[in-house]
Design a protein. Structure first.
Lengths: 214, 214
DNA sequence: TTATTTAGTGAACGTTGTTTAGTAATTATT
DNA sequence: AATAATTACTAAACAACGTTCACTAAATAA
């Protein structure tokens, strides 16, 4: 009885078709252009059809949100090869920023936009394991900081406090840029500014910790 | 001919009635509840009437956005009395964070939400002086850092880099909280976490600068 | 008293997301 | 092979949104 399986496969194909189209519209024309009617038009089905594959619009957005975390986790693998924990942590921050600035729509969905959160709250009630994907990334940061502590930096600092602080710093940088709050800095200097800000962190936090150690 | 003036006054009163109602709905039920129809219902006028006092919905949102900056600027006056530039800078950060967390809807409108920006771009074309209100707050930060430099801290750091870095840090903290990305930290510990993060900055950046000086 | 300007509205338009009743086509059963 | 059951899909409608416009009633000017 291979029919059930074929049907299941077709259902899955339709789901990814919808998701890919949604993401394409999202990347092309921004968040407000993910409308069910636009998606339906692009895939040449009626709007109602989408409801056979997703419960509602929020479920589509939530799924894209998850995809973003998968993608970020992929990027983060790059830094694992670095041996020196301090260098790794600095590279970690750099990687985070470049992920955000090269995939601003994904980043927005993952860390700024309110929309996916109705769904997340629903999910967390019946399935606590669903936030796990986002958690993996946080755990990686936490582990990196732990390694730095072992190497003598941040010795008087709680790991979560350090993690939250560093995360806040990089998130602040990219979200001010993505949400266009940096008009006082000329556009063409912005890339340098980000680089300088990361160096500022490197010098004042990471290297300071190093000096304290020696 | 006092009629013209009375009419002008009544027009102004209606505008503030609309704005106050919009803000009330906003505070009560979140951003998505600022709908012209809700506002109209609350003030017991027809939706069309609002268009006699505001060009469109964006103009209402933009005006609330400006009000937010006025309010922030008011809060910022509190720190001007502090003589020691380092203490003042630390207090500045503390004030910024508590403004944001005590007025999350205003903060969201001012530094996170995309909505007000169609209008801002329009304004900037014909009237460059309109971003001035937001700029005042940034200039205050810049000036504080300049004073710190005079006191010997941040001597090798560009002022704008330091300003952007510190701003990013505090913005990161509050925007992660406001947009609910901190579910890995228990709600009841969040207040402490913010305090610790600010101390983290104080110790690693400000006090480090101080040690370099001596 | 009449003419003109002003304040306000009802009804409509074109959008959204979402639901429902109904129609074809496919699969299962006899 | 003929019929019953299930599936895939859609047209049409709903409520709510921002916005516009023709229109009325009131206030002001002539």
């Amino acid at each position: 009885m291979g029919i059930k399986e074929r049907k299941e496969l077709e259902k899955q194909e339709m789901r990814t078709l919808i998701l890919d189209t949604a993401m394409k519209l999202f990347l092309e024309k921004g968040f407000e252009n993910i409308t069910l009617r636009h998606i339906a038009e692009k895939i040449e089905y009626s709007p109602a059809t989408i409801y056979l594959y997703f419960k509602d619009k929020d479920e589509i957005i939530y799924t894209l949100h998850r995809e973003g975390f998968e993608k970020l986790y992929g990027w983060q693998q790059k830094i694992l090869t670095i041996k020196d924990p301090l260098k790794r942590l600095h590279k970690h921050a750099e990687m985070y920023v470049s992920f955000a600035l090269e995939n601003p729509e994904y980043y927005d969905l993952m860390f700024i936009e309110r929309a996916p959160f109705k769904k997340i709250k629903e999910m967390k009630c019946k399935d606590g394991m669903n936030w796990e994907i986002g958690m993996r990334s946080y755990d990686l940061l936490r582990k990196n900081i732990e390694d730095c502590k072992k190497a003598g930096v941040f010795q008087n600092t709680n790991i979560d406090v350090a993690a939250f602080s560093l995360w806040s710093f990089v998130h602040g940088i990219v979200s001010l840029i993505i949400r266009e709050r940096c008009s006082m800095f000329p556009e063409e200097q912005r890339h340098d500014l980000v680089k300088c800000a990361l160096d500022f962190m490197q010098e004042n936090i990471l290297l300071t910790g190093l000096k304290k150690r020696s």
